[in-house]
Design a protein around this ligand. Structure first.
Ligand SMILES: Nc1ncnc2c1ncn2[C@@H]1O[C@H](COP(=O)(O)OP(=O)(O)OP(=O)(O)O)[C@@H](O)[C@H]1O
Length: 335
């Protein structure tokens, strides 16, 4: 059991959308604790219920079952007015940035402060400070149309920070960005988490985003939580089928791996992957087929995974198992 106090607690949370002729269950019995200061990931395929979940967390959407406890407050028990105030403590950023196109970057950041009744001069001062935090000091007077996707998301982040939130909810915040810009935005979120102590909740369909910045992750599948754990645990030993799909970065791969005699080798930064495979083949005197590789070389260290086909002969197989065990290289059989 974790003895930290959760900043957000979801207890038996459920959501059914009732329309005229039909009802859709979007969430079922979600139980989850998110702790102050962590970067928590929520991942799932399209339609799994992620957006509904994040909108229930800040009560933009009212759950039909269960409770959301934010900072010790049961959100079902507070008035609309109090909810508005609480939502200032749970800012949100989106895939499409949602900036006001007729306002400059500075005016966009001032917007939530104006709504909160902050005097204009004070709001501008705070907005300039926030532009500096997100590295856009020179873009104060630029309109959203004059900014790149990454810059727009930086303005959106600055605007989200304007009300001094405790939690930042990021709904597919990097899904519209290229890989390099994605990394720079994720680094900014990490920096905000570390320097300002803001709890960050990242909703995504990409495992790479989770691996990059989250400490823990919940996998949502068909309206329910399929798996929850530290990113390391889920990455190293995914238990559910959906976790395996996501870790193998796509549903297409999993069928290829089903069958006998396949191993997933995990590169956790302690090894350099080229020598591992090359040395294993040389030392075990047996060739292996690499069926899938998704590895990154970061400063000479290997991160990621590789699926190999074991040789047919039993003694070759044994030598490979022994090699991996002796060298303390994490692996699991692919079932
Ligand atoms: N307002 C609504 N009315 C009826 N059904 C809805 C509504 N919003 C979402 N749903 C349904 O609820 C389910 C979960 O949707 P949700 O948008 O939460 O999933 P998601 O995981 O965020 O998907 P995506 O990644 O594609 O945005 C889906 O079946 C969806 O069709």
């Amino acid at each position: 059991m974790d003895n930290r106090t959760p900043i957000i607690e979801l207890i038996g949370l459920g959501k059914i959308y009732n329309n005229k002729n039909s009802s859709v269950r979007a969430l079922e019995d979600i139980n989850l604790s998110i702790y102050e200061g962590e970067i928590f990931g929520i991942i799932g395929l399209s339609g799994a219920g992620k957006s509904t979940l994040v909108r229930c967390i800040n009560y933009l959407e009212r759950p039909t079952e269960g409770k959301v406890i934010f900072n010790g407050i049961d959100l079902s028990k507070v008035s609309e007015k109090e909810l508005l105030k609480i939502r200032q403590s749970m800012s949100m950023i989106f895939q499409q940035f949602n900036l006001l196109m007729q306002r400059t970057a500075l005016q966009n950041i001032c917007f939530p402060l104006e709504i909160a009744g902050v005097p204009k001069k004070e709001a501008r001062k705070r907005a300039y400070e926030l532009l500096e935090v997100v590295g856009l000091k020179d873009k104060a007077k630029a309109y959203p149309a004059q900014l790149s996707g990454g810059q727009k998301q930086r303005v959106a982040i600055a605007r989200a920070l304007a009300t001094n939130p405790k939690v930042l909810l990021c709904d597919e915040a990097t899904s519209a960005l290229d890989p390099t810009t994605t990394r720079s935005i994720l680094n900014l979120l990490k920096e905000i988490n570390q320097k300002l102590g803001i709890t960050v909740i990242v909703i995504t369909h990409e495992m790479s985003v989770i691996e990059e910045i989250c400490s823990r992750v919940a996998i949502v599948d068909k309206s329910q939580i399929a798996e929850i754990g530290t990113v390391e645990e889920v990455f190293m030993k995914p238990k559910s089928k959906i976790a395996k799909q996501l870790v193998f970065s796509g549903a297409n791969h999993i069928e290829i791996f089903e069958g006998k005699d396949k191993l997933r080798i995990i590169f956790d930064g302690r090894t350099s992957f080229e020598p591992v495979i090359a040395n294993m083949v040389l030392e075990c005197k047996t060739p292996v087929n690499i069926l899938f590789a998704d590895t990154k070389d970061i400063y000479g260290k290997a991160y990621g995974q590789m699926v190999i086909q074991l040789p047919d002969d039993e003694s070759g197989k044994k030598r490979i198992y022994a090699y991996l065990e002796t060298h303390k290289i994490p692996f699991e059989e692919v079932i």
